[in-house]
Each structure stands twice: as C-alpha cells, then as structure tokens.
Design a protein around this ligand. Structure first.
Ligand SMILES: [Zn+2]
Length: 252
C-alpha cells in the first residue's frame, strides 16, 4: 500500500511538473492535454478507452468548406432554454457552465436536454479554412443518451453582456462559482441557420455518434473577455479531423 501510495504521489508530482501522462493503477482516465506527449496526436494511445480518437472515421472538429456543403431543408433549431442558476467550473481543460434541468432543444422530431456548455480557443471548427477566436459548445442529451452539440462561434467586438458574469470571474480548478440567474439563450446568435454533420466529442474519449449543429452567425465578445479566457487557457482546441466522405448539410 505504502509503495503504491508513494508511486501515486510521485507520478502526481511528475504530472503536475511536466504534464506527463499519469498512468495509474486505479483505472482513472489518463491525463491529456493539447500539446506534447499528451496532445491530440497521442490521445488514442494514452488510454484504451480513447481508441475512437484514432480509429473512428467520424471525428470532430472539422473544417467546413462552404462550396462542399449540401443545401438541405434542415429543421429549425428550436431552443427551449430557460434562465436559471448555473455552476461555472474549471475542469482543467476548459471553463464549463453546468446547467440545471429545464432547458432543451427541439430539432424536427428530436428533443434533447441541455446539460452544459463550455469554450475552446481558438474555435475548433474551421469555416473555409479559418478559425474564430473562440467557440462555445452547447451539449444536449436525449432520452436515448444520444448527444446533440450546438456550436456558437465568437468574433471579437463588443462585450458579451450575457457572459460578463462568467468572464469577469473565471474560476480556478476546484473552486466553482455559482450564478444565481443565467440565461443560456442570451449567448446564441439571432440567426439560427446552421451546418449539420455527424461527428464526435472533441476531447477524449472522442466518442462518435454525436450530431453537430454549427451556427453560421457568430456572436461577439470583447478583446478583454477573450484575453481573460486565454490567460487561463491559451489554446484548448483539437485540430480539425478528416471528413472521410461525410457530407455537411447547410440550412437553405
Ligand atoms: Zn467542446
């Protein structure tokens, strides 16, 4: 026991010091990050549970090339988001807002509950080869456990009032903030035209079967807000993945 504890302590110290993979014997997920030995190119090898990161043929994010998209009569994204409390956490990979039950999204015959949203900088999605400075991923789950993610891209401009209470007090790891009233709908752009494709989680274990909806119209945040996020997470975006024949549909 003592030996195991020591090994675990040493490996934790190493992980903290060098950011190396924390191969432990407790079955906990392997450490991962965005560069070097635990970066995206290594995710699939860090842990057997991450095999989809290297084997799946429908990985996210992707570069959406407008000329290669297929126009389609996609059902409208019907956001049934409500204001309520929100827990703002720093999970060591991003800042995430955990939301209470009550907000959902309806798309055609599919309805899924909003669980959380979080940020990546720069945007993981590229549009015609270009990244945006930030993206928010709204993660929804339906009754069958299927995930539906909505991506809202950000460009710099005026301050984002809805996110001001989040970006003005970004939490440290293990020290969540609680917002008494937060309206997730206020983060979405006015125009709800979107790109749709099948993809995956963009972080380990990279599970596929995730339906993606990338909103075409970006929203704004100030340079100061972006700088506050980047101070905590200078880069937390997975590189774009091959399409492997997938078709990206776009609202008509
Ligand atoms: Zn994400």
């Amino acid at each position: 026991m003592k030996h195991k504890l020591l090994v675990s302590m040493v490996s934790s110290v190493l992980a903290l010091t060098f950011g190396v993979a924390n191969a432990n014997d407790k079955g906990a997920p392997a450490h991962w990050g965005y560069e070097g030995k635990t970066g995206p190119a290594k995710w699939g090898a860090l842990d057997e549970a991450n095999s989809a990161c290297k084997l799946s043929k429908e990985q996210s994010p992707i570069d959406i090339i407008d000329s290669k998209t297929k126009k389609a009569a996609l059902p409208a994204l019907d956001f049934k988001y409500v204001a309520g409390s929100a827990e703002v956490i720093n999970n060591g990979h991003t800042i995430q807002l955990n939301l209470p039950a009550g907000s959902s999204m309806k798309v055609g015959s599919d309805e899924a509950n909003l669980l959380q949203f979080h940020f990546h900088t720069p945007s993981e999605e590229k549009i015609n080869g270009k990244t945006y400075p930030l993206v928010a991923h709204f993660v929804h789950k339906n009754a069958d456990g299927k995930l539906f993610v909505v991506a809202a891209l950000f460009k710099t401009g005026k301050e984002n009032a809805a996110l001001a209470p989040v970006f003005s007090a970004l939490p440290a790891e293990g020290k969540p903030n609680t917002l008494a009233s937060f309206d997730p709908a206020a983060v979405l752009p006015e125009n709800r035209a979107y790109y749709k494709f099948m993809g995956s989680l963009t972080t380990p274990p990279c599970s596929d079967g995730v339906r993606w909806h990338v909103l075409k119209q970006p929203v704004e945040l100030s340079k100061a807000q972006l700088a506050a996020f980047k101070k905590m997470y200078p880069m937390n975006a997975r590189p774009v993945q091959p399409l492997n024949g997938r078709v990206v549909e776009v609202s008509e």
